[in-house]
Design a protein around this ligand. Structure first.
Ligand SMILES: NC(=O)C1=CN([C@@H]2O[C@H](COP(=O)(O)OP(=O)(O)OC[C@H]3O[C@@H](n4cnc5c(N)ncnc54)[C@H](O)[C@@H]3O)[C@@H](O)[C@H]2O)C=CC1
Ligand SMILES: CC(C)CC(=O)C(=O)O
Ligand SMILES: [Mg+2]
Length: 348
């Protein structure tokens, strides 16, 4: 089984290194790795954020373990050369449309949440975010208005097939969990969202056992802090899911804790923490690697068919936290390597 390792920029190499240590400690037979350049690191080396040789590794791999991309040095490049095009390009090229972002409180971290402990402790939700459409991939650019003003534009759109596919993902996830699906949109303003809602309702006919609700995204943002325990599965578009999942991370304690899986129709997946390259703490050993370690666990579960090994990783993270492992984002002083050490020490 070939795993593509794409560390990327900023804290990416630091956190991928810890996930690799944990994978190696599992001593799984037949795992091979190929590393590729992505993001600003790739642009600075070969002039493009997602070079052909990296895309080739991705296409051949059974799964991709991705760090993060983003480099302030590259923020003024033309859009197609910016580091973020690596993650967007991989999602598009491999048809990785279903981004699963679980948010569940580790009991030991209930105090780390920005919310009251009793509110945070009730959180166990899954955000199913569509990641091949929406305004991230729409026509975009800069133009002049008739009176000569500069104007930026980004077209938001979804077609019914894109919505249908992610809706099935949401319903199937809800069916396997607590049977509740909340579709988040902005149908009171956006035609794109009106189509979203119409198609989700059409698909719901195939899932009479799943309780479907709809919520406008501004209300959902508020409900995520008022009563996050109400949610089982949230299905939503690319931009709304991007925003709500970062918000959900602070409900469970830190953005350094949330893992993700992004799947295509053939269950090939890209696994990454939901956070970015954190240039503000890069190279300082302050990054919490647990979101990436847990993403490696999702990779074993969803793409490599190794649920028991995934369970070992999740149990080791929980035990490390129970043993007091805390990086600065969790109120502690342990550095990135020490957090990795704690997981290795807890691995059974
Ligand atoms: N999938 C990806 O590659 C993503 C890339 N980005 C890129 O990352 C760069 C930075 O973006 P930001 O908005 O600052 O978001 P960010 O997620 O990198 O950081 C936001 C805040 O969370 C902290 N943080 C993030 N990960 C952490 C970890 N593992 N441990 C401890 N603290 C952590 C950071 O220090 C920062 O204060 C940008 O270039 C952005 O485009 C942002 C999100 C996802
Ligand atoms: C480049 C961004 C779309 C990455 C991001 O924020 C995300 O996928 O959460
Ligand atoms: Mg994001």
């Amino acid at each position: 089984m070939l795993i593509a390792l794409f560390p990327g920029d900023g804290i990416g190499p630091e956190i991928i290194a810890q996930a690799r240590r944990v994978l190696d400690a599992l001593a799984i037979e037949g795992l091979t790795y190929e590393e590729g350049l992505v993001g600003g690191a790739a642009y600075k080396a070969v002039g493009h954020p997602l070079p052909p040789e990296t895309l080739d590794i991705a296409r051949r791999a059974d799964a991709i373990l991705f760090g993060a991309v983003g480099d302030p040095d590259c923020d003024s490049l033309e859009r197609h050369l910016r580091p973020e095009q690596a993650i967007l390009g991989l999602r598009k090229a491999l048809g990785l449309f279903s981004n699963l972002r679980p948010a569940k409180v580790f009991p030991e971290l209930a105090d780390a949440s920005a919310l009251k402990k009793e509110v945070a402790s009730a959180i166990d939700l899954l955000i199913v975010r569509e990641t091949n459409g929406d305004v991230y991939f729409g026509e975009k650019g800069m133009r002049k208005t008739p009176d000569g003003l500069r104007e930026g534009y980004d077209i938001m759109s979804y077609n019914e097939e894109q919505v249908r596919k992610i809706a099935h993902q949401g319903f199937q996830a809800a069916r396997a969990r607590r049977g509740k699906l909340c579709s988040v949109d902005k149908a009171n303003v956006l035609e794109t969202s009106q189509l979203w809602r119409d198609v989700v309702i059409e698909v719901s006919a195939e899932y009479p056992d799943v309780a479907l609700s709809h919520m406008y995204v501004d209300n959902a943002a508020m409900q995520l802090v008022r009563d996050p325990g109400q949610f089982d599965v949230i299905v939503t578009g690319n931009m709304f899911g991007d925003i709500l999942s970062d918000q959900a991370s602070m409900c469970v304690g830190s953005i350094g804790m949330l893992a993700s899986a992004t799947l295509n129709d053939s269950n090939q997946g890209l696994y990454e923490p939901i956070h970015g390259s954190a240039p503000d703490i890069a190279g300082q050993g302050k990054a919490n690697p647990l979101a990436t370690v847990l993403s490696a666990g999702m990779m074993l579960r969803y793409s490599l068919g190794l649920p028991e090994q995934a369970d070992r990783i999740e149990a080791a993270v929980a035990k490390a936290l129970a043993n007091g492992a805390r990086s600065p984002d969790l109120g502690g002083t342990m550095n990135t390597v020490e957090m990795g050490d704690a997981v290795l020490a807890a691995l059974n």
